[in-house]
Design a protein around this ligand. Structure first.
Ligand code: IMP
Length: 413
């Protein structure tokens, strides 16, 4: 799982680990995610479909904790099918997952507009309104596609239109609704089943399941920087509820983070750099949103947030991504504590990080191109020192270091 603000490179890590697993399962989020995978000179951005889809003989599951927009799902699946990947046998979707209606997307935008300068900066994909309806027990589920769909859809759509009307939000539903209904039909060709039973049977039969997180710990509805969060449980606890597996079934927890920090959307971000260094990280790291194209906010690594995420998720091993982005920095900074607005210092995640100032430790940069390196032995001493510093601060080993976007640019330690 991503253990900061998302965009850590989970797609690449899942794709890398896929050969060791039988099942790859998404447990939270939906088309707000954009998991990028690059191999053989091709680039794919997955939104709802698990990143194991490129390997033969793997079962890919969209679990009950996810939300699905049928029209966007049809686009995503169609692109993969056109690229030669057959999906219908290998992709199973929980009947308990909730549907994102076109009116959920409109509501997402209308609520954001109404919030003005306090907006969350959502991806505009209808995630929050869909999860709100789930919690309010009025949502439409994938299983509803198979029975009583028309009536349930009309009722929920009418309720949404009343709210949009009250918010004086102008919209034109016709075109997008047509495509959405086409997407609903398209979904019927997939295995729409009780994936929680399926997963538990496979676990009982000795199969290995890799749960693929979406977003990151600091965007978790409970543990993130509320209200500037997404609407699902993005942490390892969400694996249990979002797939229907017991806590005792969870083995290794891979905590994926970048060698520096980024955040998309609004909300406090103590390590944010507003200067040329932040711009340099953004440019070298290509830090522009995979889903929305927005500039990502950039900063140095935040060990306060990471330490918190290690605890909340029960991380057993760490995976450091995009290490090569820092190749050209003479000095790298690591935030080890925050100074709170009242002047006191803390290494614990505060209730509110707004107004917190980072306390940095300087670390010498390696100033070497590491993108061609493929073994631990080749890594520069300064990078090893940086990794050792992080391991000491977090009390967990960094087992994988990514040195480039390609599948091959991955070093196991
Ligand atoms: P929502 O999930 O679209 O409701 O957006 C809520 C917040 O989470 C916004 O700040 C988004 O930018 C952020 N967010 C949602 N999904 C992702 C993601 O996959 N990566 C990074 N940020 C995300």
């Amino acid at each position: 799982m991503g253990i900061v603000f998302g965009d850590e490179g989970k797609g690449k890590v899942v794709d890398f680990f896929t050969p060791r697993y039988d099942v790859i399962a998404r447990f939270a989020g939906g088309c707000n995610a954009g998991h990028t995978i690059i191999f053989d000179g091709k680039k794919f951005v997955l939104r709802s479909i698990p990143s194991g889809i490129f390997s033969e003989n793997k079962v890919n599951i969209i679990g009950n904790g996810c939300v699905i927009a049928p029209d966007l799902f049809m686009d995503e699946a169609g692109e993969l099918e056109r690229a030669g990947y057959s999906l219908t046998d290998r992709l199973h979707i929980s009947r308990r997952a909730h549907l994102i209606l076109p009116t959920h997307r409109l509501l997402d935008r209308a609520y954001e507009q109404a919030k003005g300068k306090n907006k969350v900066g959502t991806t505009g994909k209808g995630i929050g309104p869909a999860y709100s309806d789930k919690a309010a027990r009025v949502g439409l589920r994938v299983g509803d596609i198979l029975s009583g769909f028309d009536e349930k859809y009309k009722t929920l759509k009418a309720a949404h239109e009343r709210i949009l009307h009250d918010l004086h939000y102008d919209y034109d539903l016709k075109e997008v609704e047509e495509k959405w209904l086409e997407g609903v039909e398209y979904m019927r060709r997939f295995h729409l089943n009780d994936t929680e039973i399926e997963i538990n049977r496979m676990l009982d039969g000795g199969k290995n399941v890799l749960a693929e997180g979406a977003q990151g710990t600091m965007l978790d509805i409970d543990h993130g920087t509320y209200p500037f969060v997404s609407s699902s449980s993005t942490t390892s606890g969400g694996v249990c509820t979002g797939l229907g597996v017991a806590p005792s079934r969870i083995g290794e927890v891979f905590g994926i983070f970048k060698a520096y920090s980024t955040r998309v959307g609004s909300g406090p971000f103590p390590v944010e750099l507003f200067d040329a260094t932040g711009d340099k990280i953004r440019k070298i790291g290509g830090e522009y949103g995979a889903v929305t194209g927005r500039n990502r906010r950039c900063g140095w690594i935040d060990l306060v947030a990471l330490r918190y995420a290690v605890v909340i998720n029960g991380v057993t091993q760490l995976v450091m991504m995009k290490s090569d982005v820092l190749d050209d920095f003479p000095t790298i900074k690591a935030c080890t504590a925050y100074i709170l607005p009242d002047g006191t210092q803390t290494t614990d995640m505060p209730y509110d990080t707004a107004g917190c100032k980072p306390v940095y430790t300087d670390i010498k940069g390696w100033q070497t191109d590491i993108t061609g390196m493929r073994s631990e032995a080749e890594l520069p001493a300064e990078l090893k020192d940086y990794i050792a510093f992080i391991e000491k601060a977090l009390g967990r080993p960094v087992k994988i270091v990514s040195v480039g976007p390609d599948r091959e640019a991955t070093i196991m330690r």
